[in-house]
Design a protein around this ligand. Structure first.
Ligand code: PEP
Ligand code: MG
Length: 322
């Protein structure tokens, strides 16, 4: 089984009827990047930067961050690398240099883009490091916890400002550095049409989107069985975002855990998804599933999936598609 999968490292990710699917990787360490490249990932779809800030009492410097991001870009040898700006909140801020106040509800608190907007210096240092790394290969910047167009426009202005400053200082910076939004807050997903043309790409974070949409804490074991994407509200919202991105010709991936679970591969394909971003350890099994899928036949069953009125009937669809 492992050996069979190993052979899939160098084959294209194509359905039986020859449709190319992009398989990018989620990474949060240099080791993940090496593994992603070895598995033949299309690129890095989500590079989480929190680890650079954790387990220490001071903030990482611009140079330290620059070297970390540059090494990811070099490690992927010309394939696109998507780095997410800091997504820390009060739940993980002890033992960091962030000095955040305790919050009663960190999941709904000052985190992601909200923290970036209130601590401009931290964002500026990270953007400088990211844009400097863009001189070494294709790099994209992804913003977590976007909930409105205003936040997107704020990031656009900051990226433009830092880009100009670095050029003026004589740094080699890529001319275009695509800016994307994580779609993981329901308001952003529902009102995506208000800013879809203001972003260069989107990444749906189903871990948080499911948590917020269903009001189920992703870390509460007592509710684990309720934390499922197989809810009509989740499917409809995913389909809405995928269709809208497609119509506006903006690339979109799903980068939550469900993208790396073969149980959901055909469901996501049926909803129209053509780019998955997943942990490298799951990449080959998802590639295998895609290569065993007749996409034309699968798409015939998509309307039934969207019509489903209960989790049970969605589960049945998933079982039948298997
Ligand atoms: C998500 O929310 O789905 C996601 C990919 O980000 P994280 O798991 O880091 O919150
Ligand atoms: Mg998230």
């Amino acid at each position: 089984e492992q050996k069979q999968l190993h052979r899939l490292r160098r084959v294209p990710t194509r359905t039986l009827d020859d449709v190319e699917i992009r398989l990018s990787a989620n990474a949060e360490s240099p080791e993940d990047v090496t593994e992603s490249h070895a598995q033949g990932a299309t690129g890095i779809g989500l590079y989480r930067t929190e680890f650079l800030f954790l387990q220490r009492n001071e903030l990482p410097t611009e140079d330290e961050q620059f070297r970390a991001y540059r090494d990811v870009v070099l490690g992927m040898a010309g394939r696109p690398v998507t780095v997410r700006t800091l997504d820390l909140g009060a739940d993980k801020a002890d033992r960091t240099g962030l000095a955040l106040r305790n919050e009663p509800n960190p999941a709904l608190g000052l985190r992601g883009i909200r923290l970036s907007m209130s601590r401009r210096g931290i964002l500026e240092t990270q953007l400088r490091a990211l844009l400097r790394a863009s001189g070494y290969g294709p790099l994209r910047i992804l913003t977590p916890m976007i909930s409105s167009r205003e936040e997107v426009m704020f990031m656009r202005r900051e990226v433009r400002r830092v880009h100009r400053a670095l050029k003026a200082e004589g740094h080699a910076v890529a001319d275009t550095v695509p800016l994307g939004a994580m779609i993981e807050v329901p308001s952003a997903a529902i009102a995506l049409s208000t800013f879809v043309r203001d972003v260069d790409f989107m990444a749906i974070g189903t871990n948080d989107l499911v948590q917020y949409l269903l009001a189920v804490d992703r870390n509460n074991d007592a509710l684990a069985s309720m934390l499922t994407p197989l809810h009509p509200a989740v499917l409809r919202l995913l389909h809405h975002c995928i269709t809208l991105a497609d119509r506006n010709r903006r690339p979109l991936s799903v980068c939550g855990e469900m993208a790396g679970d073969t149980q959901f591969t055909r469901l996501l394909l049926a909803l129209g998804l053509r780019e998955f971003s997943l942990h490298p350890s799951t990449l080959l099994s998802v590639r295998k599933r895609i290569r065993e899928t007749d996409l034309g036949a699968l798409m015939q069953t998509a309307p039934a999936l969207l019509r489903a009125r209960s989790m049970r009937s969605i589960e049945r669809w998933v079982e039948r598609a298997d």
